[in-house]
Design a protein around this ligand. Structure first.
Ligand code: NAD
Ligand code: PRE
Length: 312
């Protein structure tokens, strides 16, 4: 019987991710005691009602004697959360987070991280459009990637802490990957951040279009629109913070996307069916490979070497 990785963890932020960690850690025996704090008194009350763990009235109380503190707050709140709890963390403990942006989260945590505390940012590539303690569930992280973005070139004690944190997330069912923070932010800009920006935008555009009355957007939105816009129901605070804290990577990705979209727009305007077919068949092949088959496409060529790029 494998015992808990950590005798006591502290979860700061009892929303979708924080509550899911509490439930998963208990179900998988990954942690002994689970302390929880949330800045919102009503959320603390609901977390108590849900029996998520030992709900504390202050972050300091939750983090006292914790072996691992996991920040589960919007990226923009990480620095304030760290300032409140840093003095209460014991030497040798791990300070981690689950933020969807890593470089800025790291900078925010470094501002207040106490001497002797191991700073190891992380990010579950799993979630939903829902928020709050009731949204959490214990299997959220099962078979999902968990990306850790550790500090480079650290001493043995840090690497041992990194191994324990990786073991914790593996006990919650995740596949752990180590990645450099900047690369994480560039990858997530296209796989997660831009899709949310587009989903929010298309919902507003559809609603505001003059030729479509308000009721008709909802009334005639079938599976395609509903599937495509599920993530537009996500929390605005979280996504405001994601875009403001990953601005350069998101703007770079948005630029590339806009160029490619302009090429499709031009093909439509000029009746260039061949280009549309070529692009749509290529995209369908990619989607089938990376989603339906779960295939690693790193060694698959879906054709678009620079020489193949349509000349528009
Ligand atoms: N939602 C997702 O699908 C998803 C997936 C992966 C990672 N994340 C990341 O996880 C983090 C939390 O997201 P979520 O979906 O759980 O959000 P959520 O809105 O469900 O929960 C966030 C909680 O943090 C609390 N909070 C805010 N500031 C605080 C502070 N200073 N101290 C203590 N509590 C504070 C809020 O009261 C709220 O209850 C974010 O950084 C997000 O980027 C989210
Ligand atoms: O599945 C969803 O609803 C999500 O939005 C989860 C999702 C994403 O896939 O973009 C969102 C934010 C994260 O940081 C990680 C995962």
């Amino acid at each position: 019987m494998i015992g808990p990785v950590f005798d006591r963890i502290a979860i700061i932020g009892a929303g979708l991710i924080g509550s899911s960690i509490a439930l998963a850690a208990r179900e998988n025996g990954a942690a002994g005691k689970i302390a929880i704090y949330d800045a919102d008194e009503e959320v603390r009350r609901r977390a108590r009602q849900l029996g998520l763990g030992e709900v504390c009235e202050t972050a300091a109380n939750a983090c006292a004697d914790a072996d691992c503190v996991i920040l589960c707050v919007p990226v923009g709140a990480i620095e304030a959360a760290c300032e409140a709890l840093a003095p209460s963390m014991k030497p040798g403990a791990i300070l981690s987070d689950v933020g969807s942006v890593k470089e800025k989260a790291l900078a925010a945590m470094q501002t207040h991280c106490s001497e002797g505390v191991h700073l190891i940012p992380g990010h579950p590539i799993a979630g939903t459009e829902k928020s709050g303690p009731e949204a959490g569930f214990s299997t959220l992280f099962r078979d999902a990637w968990y990306i850790l973005t550790p500090l480079p070139q650290q001493e043995e004690a840090y690497n041992s802490a990194l191994d324990r944190l990786a073991a914790f997330w593996e006990m919650l069912g995740s596949k752990v990957e180590i990645m450099e923070a900047g690369r994480h932010d560039r990858v997530l800009a296209i796989t997660s951040h831009l899709p949310h920006l587009i989903a929010y935008n298309i919902v507003s555009t559809a609603y505001d279009m003059e030729s479509v009355g308000e009721g008709e957007v909802v009334k005639y939105s079938a599976g395609g629109f509903r599937d495509f816009t599920r993530i537009a129901a996500s929390d605005p605070t979280m996504w405001r913070d994601v875009f403001l804290n990953n601005r350069e990577a998101v703007l770079e990705t948005l630029g590339r996307f806009s160029e490619d979209l302009a090429a499709l727009q031009r093909a439509i305007r000029w009746g260039d069916g061949d280009t549309l077919m070529k692009e749509f068949e290529r995209a369908r092949g990619i989607r089938k490979a990376i989603i339906d088959a779960g295939q690693d496409t790193s060694d698959v060529n879906f054709g678009r070497n620079m020489s193949d790029k349509p000349k528009h």
